[in-house]
Write a protein of this length. Structure first.
Length: 158
């Protein structure tokens, strides 16, 4: 992503520090364009994808713009998912906390709380209170989301 797609200096700094961005310019038809375009299936621009640190798994994707702080929060969510999958749940909790501090009212809050609860539970020797706290927030404050439906099982846990 460049200064044309996301010119905000805050985003540029975060992108440089947190991810290895790759831009495919759909207006430049280089020899590999067809291969790359079919691989990425770009229906519109920008197409944003976050891959795992080993480059093997797609962690998050969408097409279209987000406000800068929400996009940076999404970077932290992707990094958190990667940390969790790499068996570092406490590293994931830190990334989720960063995401929440950047976009406390953003569209990903229910998901962040759900995932942070799992990571905190696993990283703190199965501390049920940490899981219960985040999942109850999801159920109480984000009713109607799929994350609230998933978290609703917390009421059955003693």
């Amino acid at each position: 992503m460049d200064t044309v797609t996301y010119p905000d200096p805050e985003f540029q700094q975060a992108a440089t520090a947190l991810v290895a961005p790759m831009k495919i310019n759909v207006t430049e038809r280089h020899p590999d364009f067809k291969t790359v375009a079919s691989m990425t299936k770009i229906p519109f621009s920008p197409r944003i994808r976050f891959f795992s640190s080993d480059g093997r798994r797609l962690l998050r994707e969408w097409t279209g713009w987000l406000p800068t702080t929400e996009l940076i929060a999404e970077i932290h969510v992707a990094r958190a998912i990667d940390q969790h999958e790499r068996k570092n749940p406490l590293g994931a909790v830190e990334e989720y906390n960063q995401a929440l501090s950047l976009a406390p009212e953003g569209p990903a809050v229910a998901e962040i709380l759900y995932r942070r609860g799992m990571a905190a539970y696993l990283g703190n020797k199965f501390d049920m209170e940490l899981l219960r706290n985040d999942w109850n927030q999801v159920v109480e404050n984000h009713a109607g989301t799929s994350w609230a439906l998933h978290a609703s099982v917390i009421s059955d846990v003693e």
